[in-house]
Ligand binder design. Structure first.
Ligand code: PNW
Length: 428
């Protein structure tokens, strides 16, 4: 789960998502996250439910807006609140996995240019120092950034995500480099505090899927996955982050103008311990008569979900990990995967057969990847709770637990909750 999507409790400094939510029409269903799931007050119940589900890791994010006030002065609220949450996770025998940035940037930083400004690097370094000082003895698994593809790609271009501002190609490249430098500083700070902790970096992608078994088609799908942006409207790339982090160089044709001597060496020293992959969907491709890659736009009815970009394409959990592992040779964790469907609450039950099918079919693919010796170390379902689905608002549901927004945020176990519980029990 992520702070902004579940916590509520707005008595903190404002973030870019608060600001976007106030713009008329920005959140499609008119909702906002001021209460969300009220995880801020109900975390004990939710952690207990996740223990009942049978998972081992509890992934959450810290909100920087609880560590800094609206002028950037340090506050203690986040330290106190998250220490209580982490203690509760540990008391339940679960392992906390903490993301430091899941999109809720303090507004004062955006006013200074957000990720296009070099100041962002010193901000994240200081933030990581505070986290390291207060949490290193409690948390041994960290993720620095969640999905730059979204917070840069969608926030700065498609612009239906915060901060919804336009940037040129050169500025986008600069922002990319700042994300990597910030990651590297955070990595070093966290490792200095505890050399045994693991630190990761999470990417998301739409996996190009070969429609049939054909080596040329497979190769072209792989190339498509790792292609670089052509201009500022095309920033959904993977290799611009992972090539520098893992291999130590930017892909050819992609050099930020703020790259300084020594930067790449420093970035590569902060190579993630494993790669976090958020894989939800894929797009089918085939070859035309000239052997060019062409999209196959056909969508089966049973592949559709309640979200425009999300088709049920279980093959993405086979080909995604395979392509990543073959290129980067690092252990992988599926840090997010989940289905968005409309749910009906009837007499306390939710028969979400589509979500059950989503989950089981994707896990079948993942099993296949593991059998093919792809080094997959973990799988996290997105998400435990229905929550604030960003620009879509509260009405798009991903949870294994239904949250009744009309009746005091009561939680109900969906059929998918029991299905997943059962899968976990019998895995292996
Ligand atoms: C992720 N896409 O976002 C985020 O990490 C979550 O916070 C979010 O709730 C979840 O997926 C479901 O949306 C994505 O367009 C947003 O391919 C968009 C895409 C992928 C991931």
């Amino acid at each position: 789960m992520s702070s902004y999507q579940v916590e509520g409790a707005f008595g903190r400094s404002p973030s870019i998502w608060d600001e976007l939510s106030q713009r008329k029409g920005a959140i499609k269903d008119g909702s906002d996250a001021s209460l969300a799931d009220d995880f801020y007050h109900r975390y004990k119940e939710d952690i207990r439910l996740s223990k009942e589900l049978g998972i081992q890791d509890f992934r959450l994010s810290f909100s920087p807006t609880r560590f800094f006030d609206e002028n950037g002065n340090e506050t203690v609220e986040g330290i106190h609140f998250y220490q209580e949450v982490i203690q509760e996770i540990l008391r339940n025998g679960l392992r906390p996995v903490v993301t430091l940035y899941h999109w809720d940037l303090p507004c004062y930083l955006e006013k200074k240019g957000g990720f296009t400004s070099p100041e962002i690097v010193s901000f994240f370094t200081r933030y990581a120092e505070i986290v390291a000082e207060h949490f290193s003895s409690l948390v041994s698994s960290f993720i620095t950034f969640n999905e730059p593809q979204c917070f840069l790609g969608i926030g700065y271009q498609r612009r239906d995500h915060a901060p919804s501002t336009y940037h040129t190609f050169e500025e986008m490249k600069r922002a990319t480099h700042h994300v990597l430098l910030a990651h590297a500083h955070m990595y070093q700070v966290l490792k200095r505090a505890n050399p045994h902790c693991e630190v990761s970096f999470v990417n998301t992608m739409n996996v190009p899927l070969p429609i049939k078994d054909n080596p040329l088609l497979l190769e072209k799908c792989r190339q498509k996955l790792f292609s670089i942006p052509k201009d500022e409207t095309d920033f959904y790339s993977i290799s611009i982050y992972l090539d520098p982090l893992v291999k130590g160089y930017y892909p050819e044709g992609f050099l930020p103008d703020n790259l300084k001597e020594g930067d790449l060496e420093f970035i590569q020293k902060s190579r993630p311990d494993y790669l976090g992959l958020n894989i939800y969907t894929g797009t089918y491709f085939t070859l035309d008569e000239k052997n060019q890659l062409v999209e196959s736009s056909h969508v089966e009815k049973e592949e559709e979900s309640d979200l425009f970009w999300l088709k049920r394409r279980p093959g993405s959990l086979y080909y995604g990990p395979k392509f990543f592992y073959e290129r980067y040779r690092l252990p992988l964790v599926i840090t997010e995967n989940g289905g968005c469907y409309r749910d009906n609450l009837e007499e306390g039950q939710i028969h979400d057969a589509k979500r059950v099918l989503y989950l089981t079919s994707y896990l079948d693919s993942l099993k296949k990847a593991i059998e093919d010796h792809i080094d997959i170390r973990g799988y996290y379902y997105w998400s435990l709770l229905d929550n604030f689905e960003w620009a879509e608002g509260l009405s798009k549901r991903f949870g294994l637990l239904y949250v009744d927004y009309k009746d005091n945020l009561k939680r109900y176990r969906k059929d998918s909750f029991y299905a997943y519980q059962n899968i976990i029990k019998h895995w292996n």
